[in-house]
Design a protein around this ligand. Sequence first.
Ligand code: DON
Length: 577
Amino acid sequence: MIRRHFFLHVTALAALGLGACRPPESDVPAPEVAVVRDVLASDGGMVVSAYPEASVAGAEVLAAGGNAVDAAIATGLALAVTHPAAGNIGGGGFMVIRFPDGSSTAIDFREKAPLRAHPEMFVGEDGEYSYQIHHRSHLAVGVPGTVAGFALAHEKYGNAEWAGLVEPSVALARDGFVVSERLAGSLGRMVDRFRDYPASYAQFSRDGEPYEVGDTLLQADLAATMERIRDEGRDGFYLGMTARLLAEEMERGGGWITEEDLARYEAKEREPVRGTYRGYDVISMPPPSSGGTALVQMLNVLEGFDVAGMGAGNPEVAHHLIEAMRRAFRDRAMFLADSDFADVPVERLTSKAYADEIRPTIQPAAASVSAPADVDAAADWESSETTHYSVVDADGMAVSVTYTLEGGYGSYITVPGAGFLLNNEMGDFNGRPGLTNESGLIGTDANLARPEQRMLSSMTPTILARDGELVAVIGSPGGRTIINTVLHLVVNTVDFALAPADVVAAKRLHHQWLPDRARLENGYMSEADGDVLAAMGHEVGWTGSQGIAHCIFVDGATGELVGVPDPRDSDGAAAGY
Ligand code: DON
């Protein structure tokens, strides 16, 4: 039941040009779902995602009796229609689930390298490493994992009929949805870039004319693909027509993904990374993401400092955050990769004992230097085109999902006849053995492209609990900044005890070991305090925005769910009943 009144009824969506989704079939009238682009409190179920229709698709599944896994699937598929920059069926990601009894699990649907992959595959005919091949070519596409991940999650933990979870996406693609101002702007900026990709150009512009706010975006080919997924489940994507169309596009463009690669793709259930921070349980994503491991490592280090006493947003706390980040990102570059292929020392990296070794290396008010001892350089900054969403059902089952195409609109390649964009996730593998340089490449062995290996990720879908009770479902896009955004969300919750809206709105900062530079969101601190931080030896830069954290919190006093769309995203929306 919704307890706050500044919400819009779903029936009001159309009047606002937001459109609406059909609920799954049910004989019992489902409770009414509300959707807002602001904080929403409810004692029923809740979804917070990057687009209103996608949040509604999930919330209606909850209202009709589906559980949080069901709703996460419906929301994820709906985002593949309404949020094409990052929502996807042609990419991959991670789902962390906490059950009402306090147990937890994780679903890994990260993309894999095709069978033909090898560590030198991003080298051009001239014998040189090629950024173009690595990030913007058919070879940059990994074998997609999203549909397999959702199918596995549904098979193991879902409650509702699969078809009913896919149907809202079929309808959104077939009947269209109303283009928001942000989406119109985003698609408009892509028109020229899509010129080389005819199926993308056709799907996301009107003969080269950008869509405008209020227009209806119809995606007939995508609707047909969603129908195959609705009717055949996983096989509707990995076998038959969809797989054939994808493999044909690969052949046309010199990519290596074959129908065999698609048929062999498997999502995996994994043990989450678990840590504790001042009595809170932290449940997050294990390899092939570096996120959970680095997050727990940083929290363990910070646990030995009086972070609350330092206070938020000042040079002292910034210094300690930066130093914890610097060390975790160095270890990330050294050790993290797909644990099915490399021996990743997760247990040691996330141990309290290791944090005890790290802490004394941090000076109280002087920056360390990111000495690239074993690795010569590290990666550059990344954009924020991934998407995170959070779901909690009325029984307290919580689902945290972050998934991506890697760059915004991935490889820019829409599969002709199938209507979905392909990722460019192969760019998350290291470029070439031993290749490190000033522009930000890492050449360490563990994360090189190999047949069926998963590329290292930073995505950090996370769940917080305390004394057996759910506290928060959190996560963010933002490439490497993701891990640090989630760190802020935890520290803001635990150390600074901020109200949910403030936990998300508070300014963030980022440091990733190399380049040896801290980047603060404008307003994180005053310029004078920035000078104090610089005087400690930190290189300080400023940025407009870091991350988009669509989160759900549990109000400790009332037990209500509090959905908080990150105000950094104008389309983010909480939907609940
Ligand atoms: O898996 C990862 O960590 C990245 N591919 C996520 C990408 C992202 O957040 C957007 N920025 N490039």
